[in-house]
Design a protein around this ligand. Structure first.
Ligand SMILES: NC(=O)c1ccc[n+]([C@@H]2O[C@H](COP(=O)([O-])OP(=O)(O)OC[C@H]3O[C@@H](n4cnc5c(N)ncnc54)[C@H](O)[C@@H]3O)[C@@H](O)[C@H]2O)c1
Length: 462
């Protein structure tokens, strides 16, 4: 790998496509002996060429322990694939080798892209989450290592499937990274050690907030002509629970995940409020997505302690996007701002006043970016042949997210096991989807899809 080439432009690319904070310079990094499928080159295929897919591919091409090449790409839409390919080619000219015959489109494109790899190479999954289990099944068959984006599941049946697949992957000694990058934040890693060592006593309360204006595909207008229902729902996946778990799972999972980590367990149940307030566009057209504008969730841990999570996608309200924990001897701030924003800190009182500061994280510049760290950690495991499989806890974090969402959507307390056992398979036959398949959600004559009705529809979410 030409390590000095284009480092500034690489940095810019990663910044704009992976929310990353810093870039690990490749200059002067000696390439060690490797154990990847008998060759020192690891090839990568990207499945899902959107914002995060491009960012994850850039992180893959920037790992400390190369060499790595991107050799195949898959998407449903040619313009998405072309856009990521162009950007990656510009920023990593010597590491992108994806000629037209290794660019694949369609619901079976994932197979063709993975067919370009050899065992020990890496497949990246950055499509909407509903496809995760389908793509993972094939990667395991092919003996591929995987990096898959969060969330991993939105319902009970696919969570069970993913738990089983996680075991299959470990049985084949495959390494699997999951894009819950908080776990690779060096600040949160040190915070977890300190909290688990009792520096603020027993954790008795946690709070998480993600409140900002509508973003991503949170809102959707009725389907326009010229696109099928299925492709519309896949494209605007944050709007539809089957595709992503809705905004609740997609946006809130990071804070839910790292607060569970700090507590060293998952909540056992949730009860929640939620509502749709402003579901009409400025032009007076009703939005047809399935999201609530607000969610207020009370999670309970097995020791009776609580974790309160507030999510809001509304303009004009106060924006709060942070996570914190209260212990018997003080408090901690996990993410100062954002999903896992630096610094993390601990205080000897219940208020975050500078005079009471016990500890504030300090992270070396080349490890400030958790999106790059998660790739360096995965690559270390591959090169050194160390066990590495983040899928089980990724499914658990997805289930805890779904449990909060289902509690709000039904108006009922939902236990972790009830979420796992819930039989509502939200995207049946997804493994057989073609461009002409019917969509999992059917619109009424006004173009509206079923929305949650707490207290009325209570054994499933819609
Ligand atoms: N870890 C993070 O902080 C983070 C940040 C952003 C997104 N994500 C996750 O990454 C995933 C993608 O999100 P995004 O923001 O990049 O969305 P996006 O819409 O920008 O990209 C998704 C891409 O997948 C393609 N696609 C959809 N179904 C496909 C299929 N069956 N086969 C092949 N391609 C398919 C779409 O056409 C699109 O190009 C989501 O799971 C999201 O939660 C994670």
């Amino acid at each position: 790998m030409n390590s000095s080439q284009g480092s500034t432009s690489r940095r810019e690319f990663i910044k704009t496509s992976g929310k990353s904070a810093a870039f690990s310079a490749l200059a002067n990094v000696a390439i060690p002996p490797v154990h990847a499928a008998g060759s020192d080159l690891i090839q990568v295929a990207l499945v899902g060429c959107g914002g995060r897919g491009g960012g994850a591919a850039a992180n893959a091409l920037s790992v400390k322990r190369g060499p790595v090449k991107l050799v195949a790409m898959a998407d449903l839409f040619p313009e998405r694939l072309a856009s990521d390919l162009n950007k990656l080619q510009q920023h990593f000219p010597s590491q992108v080798d994806v000629p037209p015959d290794r660019q694949f489109l369609g619901f079976d494109a994932y197979r063709k892209a993975m067919d370009c790899l050899k065992p020990g190479d890496i497949a990246i999954f950055a499509t909407p989450p509903a496809f995760r289990w389908v793509h993972f099944t094939y990667a395991i068959q092919k003996g591929l290592n995987v990096f898959m984006e969060k969330p991993l599941t939105a319902d009970g049946p696919t969570s069970k499937r993913m738990f089983a697949l996680a075991q299959d992957a470990s049985a084949k000694n495959l390494k699997v990274g999951v894009g819950l990058m908080s776990r690779h934040s060096r600040a949160l890693q040190e915070l977890a050690d300190r909290v688990h060592n009792g520096e603020i006593g027993e954790i008795v309360l946690q709070r998480g907030y993600r409140m900002h204006g509508p973003g991503g595909y949170f809102l959707s207008l009725p389907k326009p002509s010229g696109i099928t229902d299925l492709l519309y729902q896949v494209k605007r996946f944050h709007s539809f629970i089957w595709a992503s778990g809705g905004c609740y799972n997609d946006f809130y999972i990071h804070i839910i995940d790292h607060l569970g980590w700090m507590k060293n367990q998952w909540p056992v149940k949730a009860q929640a409020l939620g509502g749709r307030h402003y579901k009409v566009s400025p032009e007076g057209v009703a939005y047809v997505d399935q999201n609530f504008d607000v969610y207020s969730v009370e999670y309970t841990y097995s020791d009776g302690t609580k974790f309160f999570f507030d999510g809001r996608c509304m303009n004009g309200c106060e924006e709060i996007y942070t996570s914190c924990l209260q212990g018997t001897k003080g408090m901690g701030i996990a993410s100062k701002s954002g999903d896992c924003g630096l610094p993390s800190s601990l205080y000897k009182s219940q208020t975050a006043t500078p005079a009471d500061l016990i500890w504030e994280s300090k992270v070396s510049p080349d490890e400030k970016d958790p999106y790059q760290n998660e790739w360096n950690d995965l690559m270390d495991a591959i090169r050194d042949n160390k066990p590495y499989n983040e899928v089980k806890r990724g499914v658990e974090a997805s289930l805890v997210s779904s449990m909060g969402r289902m509690a709000a959507n039904t108006g009922r307390e939902i236990a972790f096991d009830e979420m796992l056992q819930c039989e509502h398979d939200m995207a049946p036959n997804i493994e057989k989807f073609t461009m002409d398949s019917p969509a999992p959600l059917v619109a009424d004559t006004n173009g509206r899809y079923p929305v949650p009705q707490p207290g009325i529809v209570t054994t499933r979410e819609y």
